[in-house]
Design a protein around this ligand. Sequence first.
Ligand SMILES: *[C@@H]1O[C@H](CO)[C@@H](O)[C@H](O)[C@H]1NC(C)=O
Ligand SMILES: *[C@@H]1O[C@H](CO)[C@@H](O)[C@H](O)[C@H]1NC(C)=O
Length: 356
Amino acid sequence: MESQTVLVITLLLVLPIPIILIYHLNLSSSVCRVLKWPRKQSTQITSLRIYPIKSCRGLEVTQTLLKSHGLDLDRRWMLVDTSKNNFLTIRQIPNMTRIGTALSPDGHELIITVPKADISEKESFHTIRIPSHPTPDWLAENTSIDQVHIWDIDTDGYRYSEAINAHFSEFLGRSVALVYKGPMPRVLKGNGDPSILGRVQTTGFPDVHPVLIASESSLSELNQRLENKGVDPITVERFRPNIVVRGGKAWSEDSWKLVRITGAGGPESARGTPLDLDVLARCARCHVPNVEPTTAVAHKKQPWDTLVSYRRVDEGIKWKPCFGMLSAPRNEGVVGVGMRLEVLEETNEHRYMAGF
Ligand SMILES: *[C@@H]1O[C@H](CO)[C@@H](O)[C@H](O)[C@H]1NC(C)=O
Ligand SMILES: *[C@@H]1O[C@H](CO)[C@@H](O)[C@H](O)[C@H]1NC(C)=O
């Protein structure tokens, strides 16, 4: 009787040890998966999106370079009004999303399609081709450097010729100019301020930070709510993200702090150093996601009303709903669809700080 009791007690004490070891040392993620224990979140990149001209229609790529300022070619250009050189966005001019961008097969040219202003049954376009990575010589001969304004920031831009700008002006019904980010560093502010980030990082013409990450599972959760109200589901393009991941639990990205992109599943050339990104802040949204990207028609209410009803989750910007996470890469390299994104650090202290 006594020896049986001793045996039972011994077993009870000894049995959990390997389990505790596996859990704490993270010895086997598959054991965790089978037993449904919490483990590091890991998900997969399903789409990479770049918007070469701010607020204009972007494009999807299967592979590109993650650079310190954002994905290669993302928001390197913008349109400004010619009276004050102030930036223009979909917020004021929904039709900007009908200006299309594409890359030539060799990637050397950006091909811009601007709808012709006269409305006919069949849409026709002016096609503008410019170097996607213009050399200093090209810029010196074909553009002029100018001061431009984006939010409250003055920075510089190479302004394109009137021959190019005329097509944009004609379509948008106002005098505008295309500009390419100049050499003056546009240092991140707000949550990316050097005093917070611990390094000086710059970007081109995104609103605030270099890379917007979005989760498909969060979009599905939102779409479920829209469908329940009889509203058509929306695509992720409404939110203009750069890196789209499959995502785990909806909205789990709210607490991401540091993520790592690794080569597994990605292109052969990407199997090198992992890419780390500091997740700086949640992305506070305006009414732009109401605009259908192909037609520029804005829905009067959705998804804004739904988002506002349950996604005002950030103490720093209480009046705006959040979707997606703004991030700043720590290093540069090839990124491709299929690569894994692991969450290395989480926080419950995200608090949006105005970056402009
Ligand atoms: C967009 O442009 C079309 C003409 O192509 C025009 O009919 C429409 O009113 C414009 N939309 C807005 C919101 O200005
Ligand atoms: C200026 O642009 C034209 C037209 O794209 C091009 O042929 C020319 O080479 C450019 N100038 C320089 C110095 O690259």
